[in-house]
Each structure stands twice: as structure tokens, then as C-alpha cells.
Write a protein that binds this ligand. Sequence first.
Ligand SMILES: C[S@@+](CC[C@H](N)C(=O)[O-])C[C@H]1O[C@@H](n2cnc3c(N)ncnc32)[C@H](O)[C@@H]1O
Length: 216
Amino acid sequence: METLIPIDSPFFLSGAELDDQPAWDMIFGTGQPLVLEIGCGIGDFAVTMANRHPGWNYIALDFYNKGCLKTCRRAERMGVQNLRVVRDEARAFLARCLRPASLQSIFINCPDPWPKRRQRKRRLVNEQFVGGLADYLLPGGSLYFTTDFADYGVDVARLMTRQKRFENALAPDLWRHDLTGYPRTKYMLKFMAEGKEIYFVHYHRTAEGQGRGLYE
Ligand SMILES: C[S@@+](CC[C@H](N)C(=O)[O-])C[C@H]1O[C@@H](n2cnc3c(N)ncnc32)[C@H](O)[C@@H]1O
């Protein structure tokens, strides 16, 4: 089991210590649109995005303590104001700490691929999970999924076509191998250096509303 290094940072929130349905506006000190990154790792993408979009309130979520610590340190170095790092499990956090239709965007970059066939049921992103994510997105809000693992990318791209509450922002493509302007994460860079392609999938929550994604 991972030894928990105490994280002393104004950016850090332990999921276990968060109230049910916390007042995010109060936590961030502003009522800006809320964005969630699931599995932020070392926080390279999170800090870049929070810095690039000061009009967002960015929640960087991971259950990996050292990753949360590195994300906090990176945020401190960059001096971003609109980022909080939460250590928690994604499904538990969503159910307990976010209201329906509260998120402008959700980013999931290079989730653990569980490459062996017998392990695939452990993958975080599956039909049931994305169906649930639709509940948390605002109408027109974006879901971005990326992976360096071809089988996972194709699988998610296909299962998304069966989701009634999402529409494909990249149509007619089911996925692309590049989205201009989308920051590369540590894992993306590692696999790109090995000559692998990244799969980018981008959907909008179907809606009455507008709200276009940023990277198309
Ligand atoms: C392969 S790493 C990718 C990290 C980063 N997104 C990147 O692309 O460099 C996957 C990350 O997701 C986190 N993770 C996996 N399952 C999770 C879950 N159910 N809840 C929260 N974090 C999770 C892991 O701890 C890990 O940091």
C-alpha cells in the first residue's frame, strides 16, 4: 500500500475530508465554470490548462498521493489560482462531491490501460462509466478521452457511438490522432517517443445548450 506523504498545500483537498456536495464556489472563491480532470497524474496537463483558462475552476483528481503532491508543487510554482487537487477515487468523488449538470468539461488522459484481456474489466472508462458521466456534464459540455493504447481507444470510440446523451464532436471521425492545441501529458509524450499514436475522442453532452469544445 502507498505510504501517504502529508500534503501541505493550499491547493490540496483530501477527498475523505471533503463535505458531501461541497460548495465549490466557496472553495475556489469564484463561481466560474467547473472542469474536472480524472487521473491527473503529476499534474502537467492540469496546471497547463488551469493556467491557460483562468476563467475555469479546475479540479485535478487522482487517488495517487505522490501524483497529488507533484500536482500541488507544480501549481505552486506556476502560481495558478483556479486549481484544486483532490485525492480520491473517481467514482466515489463524482457520486459524493458533484451535482448533476455541474461540469463544463471532463478530461480523462491515458487512464490505466489494463492491457491483458483478462484485466480489461478493470478499465475505468466503460459503457457504464461514460453513461454516468453524462449526468454530471452541462448541456453542450465536453468529454475528452485520450489513450496511448489502441485497443482502449477504439473500444471507447465505439462505445461512445451507442451513448444517446452524447454527440461526436469529431464526426465523421470516431477518433483522431491529433487535436491541435491539446496539451500532451507525461504518458502521451512517453508513448509518442516510442512511436505510438495517441487516440483522441471528444464528445459533447447532447443539448438544448451550446458550448463547443476547445480542441477540434
Ligand atoms: C497512466 S496514469 C496517466 C496520468 C496522466 N493523466 C497522464 O496522461 O500522464 C493514470 C492515472 O490515473 C489515476 N487513476 C486511475 N484510476 C483512478 C480512479 N479510479 N480514480 C482516481 N484516479 C485514478 C492513477 O493513479 C494514475 O495517476
